[in-house]
Write a protein that binds this ligand. Structure first.
Ligand SMILES: [Zn+2]
Length: 240
């Protein structure tokens, strides 16, 4: 199975260690001639997936997501937006206190492919700085980043590489399924397709209403668990 997959980008800077990185080659290469950074999957010997939430913290939804994760004994990585971190630090503190990982989703969730180098740097460093300012210690990993919308562009690719950022992409998105499907069906479809090492994406903020996400999460978490897949954070998956 593993031999059919393409090793996409294992070099993310010496500071990031030597985590083996695997990806779905056909999808990752479909966007254009310039290869996207980062990974959609991680090598793992455990039957585990990394669950990630983007666009929070959001006082409308983040607490409910944390409650659901706690009820299922699951861990996750939260890619938080810097301005939200500054506005709602209590939600980020709770996230880390409950064993989850907090990582960078830039300062203001702007499209990095529309910015020049200094603009990209400001977004990356600003997002990491907002997390660091909370003094959360080992719970925060400001070098781990998810690019808003996944749109990198040449300038941001250069900045991401030069800065030694670890770029996490994703292989399955819950809200993409929710556009067309009932929450229960969307959740079971995503859970049924998940493979060990996958990075799954959901959202605890950013949209007008994440009610469908909240409605789908119990079935997603239950479905993954029923398939024997441990739900953890990216850091948890990398720790083996
Ligand atoms: Zn986002």
């Amino acid at each position: 199975m593993e031999t059919r997959r393409t090793v996409l980008a294992a070099t993310l800077g010496a500071a990031m260690g030597t985590v083996a990185v695997l990806g779905n080659g056909s999808k990752a290469l479909a966007g254009g001639s310039t290869r996207a950074l980062g990974y959609r999957r991680l090598a793992t010997v455990r039957p585990a997936v990394a669950l990630t939430f983007d666009d929070g913290p959001d006082p409308r939804f983040t607490s409910a997501v944390l409650d659901l994760l706690a009820a299922h004994g699951a861990r996750a990585t939260f890619f938080v937006v810097g301005v939200g971190v500054t506005a709602h630090p209590e939600l980020v503190r709770r996230t880390v206190a409950e064993g989850h990982e907090v990582a960078n989703h830039t300062l203001g969730h702007e499209r990095l492919d529309h910015l020049d180098g200094p603009g990209v740097r400001a977004q990356l460093e600003g997002g990491a700085g907002a997390i660091s300012a909370l003094g959360l210690g080992s719970g925060a990993r400001p070098r781990l980043v998810r690019v808003p919308y996944g749109f990198e562009g040449a300038a941001s690719r250069a900045e991401l590489q030069a800065g030694g950022w670890e770029v996490a992409r994703w292989r399955g998105c819950l809200e993409r399924h929710l556009r067309h499907e009932d929450p229960q069906i969307a959740a079971s479809r995503l859970a049924g397709r998940a493979r060990p090492g996958d990075v799954l994406l959901a959202h605890d903020g950013g949209g007008p209403d994440r009610g469908p996400t909240l409605a789908a999460l119990p079935a997603l978490l239950g479905g993954l668990t029923a398939r024997g897949l441990v739900v953890t954070s990216i850091g948890g998956l990398q720790a083996g």
